[in-house]
Design a protein around this ligand. Structure first.
Ligand code: HEC
Ligand SMILES: [Cu+2]
Length: 506
């Protein structure tokens, strides 16, 4: 047959190819249409219509209890909005549903989904959606290409169960993803997933900005950093701190937890880990079988996912990280799960005792402490009086970052210290009474018995390996926080103290 056609169109190669390929397409589609029930006859059993309940991270819509497939209508709106990326840092996010990551969509294997993609009239860009749960060219991308102020509709059948990423695939694709256009769709297997006590939705991704980490203001996208795969931020759920403090995930001891974790990329692979937990089960790469048990860290590819389950036995705060650890502590990839409930001292005792250890070297001097302390790059400061106020703000932000990387490990996040070990900086009478003494503690270290707010401490604070600007900034920050006296510390004052001897060694 093909040979005959070849002859017929000998004269014109192009026409010949065209006719042959259309012929092949027609024949194969007829075959597909006629083939009877090749994949269980779900389409005939679709019963009823419902509107999908969508949720924003970290929440997940409730499990599906239906025993049959249905028609599910999904309405998702793309918007371009300015939101917080980190404290003092804003970004123009392109979103599915107003937030990053996009709304969580939950359907059941065999469902027929009518997808309405609405692009808000205020958008400057067209958008579309490529759902990895779709079988068909582009995962829906071309059918859903939508200009601002328009709605596109297409339908698909959720043939394969699993946890799938969706994302915008409008050119330039990298830019649309880098700006926040991704989310997760769970296609539950027809028999459902085993019941658990709590489910959460977490999505990791990177942001590439012109300014450095923490540089304040509205930060433009950096194409150069994106191409270099050198993100400024690596975050869970769209911003630094979206899963910490009051926004931490919560659970109770004895509960089974399931996390649906996605990785929007655009570039990096996540080494997802929960400090102090072991994943009892991992549905690797978001598939439908538990392919590993007792896992410490699971890999989540860019544009991929994982489902992990664990139970929490001991109360406390569990830290979620990308175990590419500088991403966690220096680029934002940290979350928390606060677990309440009764202690189980057999599973975990907590610290049982602490005593003084003098080391094997009798002539110990303070130098051995001047080790692993981060030196941050100091930002430019302006001497222009008009910008003085702004500079003070910058100094505080800078001081905060020095605090977090240098002091917080001992004096704790809110300066509350630790009973008997690290004195508080919050409302500290020791700190507030004598500025020079405080500077001296940071420059030269502090040891010997001191009394802070009526309580005695007798520890060693190592000299902090910081420059004058860093010390001025961090103390100004500390003085401005937690009910302290609001004093300002200048570089000159630090220099003066540096020139003197250590007060506590006198
Ligand atoms: C390795 C742990 C450690 C680090 C890091 C540390 N400190 Fe301390 N700090 C201590 C200890 C211990 C004391 C109490 C020393 C004593 O008992 O004599 C102390 C005491 C102080 C005091 C005086 C007591 C008070 O509560 O007011 C100040 C002020 C202070 N630290 C500020 C800082 C600042 C600012 C930083 C960061 C630049 C910092 N510390 C980093 C352990 C630390
Ligand atoms: Cu887009």
């Amino acid at each position: 047959m093909v040979k005959a056609m070849n002859k017929m169109f000998k004269g014109n190669k192009k026409i010949r190819l065209l006719v042959i390929s259309s012929f092949v397409i027609i024949v194969s589609s007829v075959f597909i249409l006629l083939s009877p029930g090749c994949e269980e006859s779900y389409s005939s059993q679709v019963v009823g219509v419902e509107r999908a309940k969508l949720t924003s991270a970290p929440y997940v819509p409730p499990p599906i209890t239906r025993k049959h497939p249905t028609k599910v209508i999904v309405d998702l709106e793309t918007t371009e909005v300015v939101k917080r990326l980190a404290d003092g840092v804003e970004y123009v996010f392109w979103t599915f549903g107003g937030d990053v990551p996009g709304k969580f969509i939950r359907v059941r294997e065999g469902d027929e989904i009518e997808f309405n993609l609405h692009n808000h009239p205020s958008s400057k860009m067209p958008h579309n959606i490529d759902l990895h749960a779709v079988t068909g060219p582009g995962g829906g991308a071309t059918s859903s290409f939508t200009a601002p102020g328009h709605t596109s509709t297409f339908s698909f059948k959720a043939i394969n169960p699993g946890l799938y990423v969706y994302h915008c695939a409008t050119a330039p694709v990298g830019l649309h993803i880098a700006n926040g256009m991704y989310g997760l769709i769970l296609v539950e297997p027809k028999e459902g997933l085993p019941p658990v006590d709590r489910e959460y939705y977490i999505m990791q991704s990177e942001f590439y900005t012109e300014g450095a980490y923490g540089d304040p203001g509205l930060q433009p996208f950096s194409q150069e950093n994106a191409v270099e795969e050198n993100p400024t931020y690596v975050v869970f759920n769209g911003s630094v701190g979206s899963l910490t403090g009051d926004k931490s995930l919560v659970a109770k001891t004895g509960e089974r937890i399931r996390l649906y974790i996605g990785n929007g990329g655009p570039n990096l692979i996540s080494s997802f880990h929960v400090i102090g937990e072991i994943f009892d089960k991992v549905y690797g790469e978001g598939g439908t079988i538990v392919n590993q048990t007792n896992v410490q860290t699971t890999l989540i590819p860019a544009g991929g996912s994982a489902i992990v389950e664990f139970s929490v036995e001991v109360p406390g705060t569990y830290i979620l990280v990308d175990h590419s650890i500088f991403r966690a502590f220096n680029k934002g990839a940290i979350g928390m799960m606060k677990v309440s409930g009764d202690e189980d001292l057999v599973i975990y005792s907590g610290k049982q005792k602490e005593e003084i250890y003098l080391g094997s070297n009798e002539n110990q001097n303070t130098d051995i402490f001047s080790g692993p302390i981060t030196i941050e790059q100091t930002p430019e400061t302006s001497s222009d009086p008009v910008h003085k106020e702004e500079t003070k703000m910058d100094m505080k932000a800078f001081g905060k970052s020095v605090y977090q990387t240098t002091c917080q490990a001992c004096h704790q996040a809110n300066g509350e210290g630790m009973p008997n070990v690290f004195p508080p900086l919050a409302k500290s009478d020791f700190l507030n009474k004598d500025k020079e003494r405080a500077i001296d503690a940071v420059v030269h270290g502090l040891q010997g018995e001191i009394t802070v707010n009526g309580k005695k401490y007798n520890g060693v604070m190592p000299p902090q390996n910081l420059n004058n600007k860093q010390i001025a900034a961090v103390l100004t920050y500390v003085y401005s926080q937690w009910g302290n006296s609001g004093k300002t510390v200048t570089e000159e004052e630090v220099e003066k103290v540096r020139a003197k001897k250590n007060l506590s060694l006198k």
